[in-house]
Design a protein around this ligand. Structure first.
Ligand SMILES: [Zn+2]
Length: 251
């Protein structure tokens, strides 16, 4: 069983892997060369070795979990659909579904127009001819219906409409893609994380590209793929292929 001092030594050693510094920080009294010798001896102790190896394994696991979380987030952004954040839609026009392709009202609009017509009738001169209320294309206008291809007014193209959903309700990739809104005087901008930047990051993470690292004054090319587990590579590669339309047997 390791002593409290020995455990402290392991803790300190994990900070910077400097055995003699860890030895002194743990409260041992030896100094200088004798500290170095004693620290090395302590480090070779099988029990201490096992503790260090356990700490290293824990650290590796935590790093892998973090890397996976980062890759998951990046992948969410890369595969998210911008339509979940903002949509440009073509919707039916007022004439698409009206009787005889005449202007179509909603029930509420008809009610208001009837009231206006009645007021006009009351104010009209007694000798003015009585005009019937014009029902035009009837009621039932529903702005979310698709354009009618036979419409003689919009020729099936409908009208342009911009829709931004309630961003509080976003889930999954769309929520990760969302980066806030910018409200301007006459417009609103829905901000998104860059999918191209993100794909680059995912690619770098998978070692698809070589990354240039500056290390101790020398510039070298480092293959970053060694930090990625085989399982992560397979998963992300599958996702990419799936995005390109491939299917897998295990689904
Ligand atoms: Zn129409």
């Amino acid at each position: 069983m390791a002593t409290a001092k020995q455990l402290r030594f392991v803790d300190e050693f994990m900070v910077d892997r400097n055995a003699s510094r860890a030895y002194q920080a743990a409260g041992y009294t030896a100094k200088g060369n004798s500290a170095e010798v004693a620290a090395c001896r302590l480090l070779r102790d099988p029990e201490i070795q096992a503790l260090v190896e356990q700490r290293e394994a824990d650290l590796r696991e935590r790093v892998e979990v973090r890397q996976e979380q980062v890759v998951d987030l990046l992948w969410d952004i890369a595969r998210a659909d911008a339509n979940d954040l903002i949509q440009h839609r073509r919707l039916c026009c007022r004439y698409c579904y009206g009787d005889g392709h005449r202007y179509q009202r909603t029930a509420g609009e008809r009610e208001r127009d009837v009231a206006l017509w009645e007021a006009e009738q009351r104010e009209a001169q007694d000798d003015a001819p009585v005009t019937a209320f014009d029902e035009m294309g009837g009621i039932g206008y529903h702005k979310l219906k698709a354009p009618n291809p036979d419409c003689p007014e919009c020729f099936g193209e409908g009208v342009s409409d911009i829709f931004i959903p309630d961003t509080r309700l976003l889930t999954g990739p769309a929520r990760t893609l969302y980066a806030g809104v910018k409200v301007m005087k006459n417009s609103i901008e829905v901000k998104m994380h860059s999918r191209v930047d993100t794909l680059n990051k995912v690619g770098q993470h998978l070692g698809m590209f070589k990354e240039v690292h500056e290390h101790r004054g020398a510039v070298g090319i480092v293959d970053v793929s060694e930090h990625v587990t085989a399982d992560m590579k397979e998963r992300v590669a599958k996702e990419m292929l799936r995005g390109a339309g491939y299917a897998f047997d295990d689904e």
